[in-house]
Design a protein around this ligand. Structure first.
Ligand code: ZN
Length: 94
């Protein structure tokens, strides 16, 4: 219970349920950003992989993506770095 992170508003249900009502939860402009390209190194074979980052999914994301070279599943963690205005991407073995 000593870890402090922002994960709690990931699971918060949207009381309106559609995208006509615009939530102000994310004060930053991530929702207005275009999908952009990211790159990670496969944690199994080390090959560089191109991937896409969808900023509308929030400032902290975690998902699985298969390596384009060896097909092994990589667990990707994405976090938006406000100070540098860039995404930090980590891959680890799933
Ligand atoms: Zn690989």
């Amino acid at each position: 219970m000593n870890s402090y992170n922002d994960d709690q508003y990931e699971d918060e249900p949207d009381p309106f349920g559609d995208f006509e009502s615009h939530s102000d939860e994310y004060e930053n402009s991530l929702n207005d950003m275009q999908v952009q390209q990211g790159r990670f190194s496969c944690s199994f074979c080390g090959s560089p992989n191109d991937t896409f980052i969808d900023p509308s999914q929030g400032p902290d994301q975690e998902y699985i993506e298969d390596c384009q070279t060896c097909c092994a599943p990589n667990q990707l963690r994405l976090s938006w770095q406000e100070s540098t205005s860039s995404w930090e991407m980590h891959s680890s073995e799933y």
